[in-house]
Design a protein around this ligand. Structure first.
Ligand SMILES: NC(=O)c1ccc[n+]([C@@H]2O[C@H](COP(=O)([O-])OP(=O)(O)OC[C@H]3O[C@@H](n4cnc5c(N)ncnc54)[C@H](O)[C@@H]3O)[C@@H](O)[C@H]2O)c1
Ligand SMILES: O=C(O)C(=O)C[C@]1(C(=O)O)C=C[C@@H](O)C=C1
Length: 361
């Protein structure tokens, strides 16, 4: 990638622009707030000058409710060869784009799983995405070239690509991002009218739990409005836990020894389930090179082939850690290199062969 445009020079757009500019890509910066473009330019994220011709990739980093409009305008002006957005929800913006009747083969929805509770270019940093998952949601219509450009962006930002279906992504982030935001806000909201003597005692525990409660409410209204069902489901499971826990705490005050024992076991249960869940939270993937092995597969140069192979790898229960695609110029085929954990190589190869793929020895 030689050139890119970033539309929306806030936290995410400026961070991506800084990473690209730092690796030699010429980045053109656009925002409807001129002050934000000036700030991002001053930080070294790129140039305010419009490009002379289409750039390689346009990155739309505006609030979720603005994504479809900003993308449509960029596509209609022929700004780029490929387009992607970085919004925290994927199903809604895609459906809005479909409703506009645009040709979406040149577009891919993406979502970097890294951010901050602060907005704007001054909060940006070139290393924001390093070692974090970056979700890509190709469909059968996505051009291979656009998927390649998105993979290149992820690699230049030193993030880890994760391929998913848009609606599966939205259900997953309801659990790991959207509900935690609400729970953090609710805990922090208890402090609003708390006694000053209590607030003065805030230690690291409450700082950890409430950091994201400082996030921009307008942005989060947008995000939650685009994913209400899955978030309500997770939140109602938490509400059931809350009811149980309140019952257990009340039982602790009972004069009855048996009831008190039940109270203790209820509390212990919620804490132990918490330990088990927390143990599943992965550490950051880290920027260091991982010891992955390659499964190389020949694919024909037809729309949807990549999405199909990713789906088949998913069916085999194998996590793709990284992807490279080699195209022989003038040929109707390419070689996809799927990087996986060494233990998964044999199973993935066998499963892909079974599904008719030509796996290179
Ligand atoms: N904040 C996070 O932690 C995080 C993480 C991953 C993804 N995201 C997603 O990234 C996107 C940007 O979030 P952010 O945190 O960088 O927000 P931000 O408020 O820091 O930046 C958004 C920028 O978009 C600009 N903008 C709004 N509408 C526009 C339009 N129509 N045309 C041009 N510019 C426009 C705003 O002026 C602002 O500078 C959102 O879709 C969000 O869901 C956020
Ligand atoms: O760490 C933070 O401050 C975040 O808000 C990051 C976070 C997250 O939930 O992990 C928040 C929303 C984004 O869509 C992606 C990342």
């Amino acid at each position: 990638m030689r050139t890119a445009a970033v539309i929306g020079t806030g936290l995410i757009g400026t961070s991506a622009a800084l990473a690209l500019a730092g690796r030699g890509v010429v980045v053109h910066l656009v925002d409807h707030d001129a002050e934000r473009v000036r700030t991002a330019t001053a930080l070294g994220a790129g140039t305010e000058e419009p490009p002379e011709g289409p750039v390689d990739l346009a990155i739309v980093a505006v609030p979720p409710a603005r994504v479809a409009g900003a993308l449509a305008a960029a596509m209609e002006s022929g700004l780029a060869r490929g387009y992607l957005d970085v919004a925290s929800v994927k199903g809604g913006p895609r459906r809005e784009l479909e409703a506009l009747g645009l040709d979406l083969s040149g577009y891919i929805g993406t979502h970097p799983m890294a951010g901050k509770e602060r907005s704007g270019p001054l909060a940006a940093s070139a290393d924001l995405f390093e070692g974090s998952p970056w979700v890509l949601t190709p469909t059968r219509d996505t051009d291979t070239e656009v998927l390649n450009l998105a993979l290149e962006l992820v690699a230049l930002c030193r993030a880890v690509p994760v391929v998913m279906d848009a609606d599966a992504h939205d259900r997953a982030v309801a659990l790991v991002s959207h509900t935690p935001q609400l729970v953090s806000s609710m805990v922090a909201a208890r402090l609003r009218e708390a006694d000053e003597t209590a607030v003065r005692l805030c230690g690291q525990g409450i700082r950890d739990v409430t950091r994201i409660a400082a996030s921009d409410p307008r942005m989060w209204v947008d995000i939650l409005s685009a994913n209400p069902g899955p978030v309500a489901e997770v939140l109602s499971a938490i509400a059931a836990d809350l009811d149980e826990t309140v019952r257990a705490l009340r039982a602790l005050t009972s004069a009855e020894a048996g009831e008190r024992r039940e109270g203790v076991s209820g509390i212990e249960d919620v804490l132990r389930r918490g330990n088990a869940g927390r143990a599943r939270v992965p550490g950051k993937h880290g920027a260091g090179p991982a010891a992955y092995e390659v499964v190389a597969v020949l694919i024909s140069d037809r729309p949807g082939e990549l999405a199909r192979i990713f789906a088949d790898a998913g069916r085999a229960g194998v996590n793709i850690e990284d992807v490279r695609i080699e195209h022989a110029t003038g040929q109707q085929a390419g070689l996809v290199q799927l990087m996986v954990e060494p233990a998964a190589v044999t199973a993935l190869g066998a499963s892909l062969r079974e599904r008719g793929w030509s796996v290179r020895p």
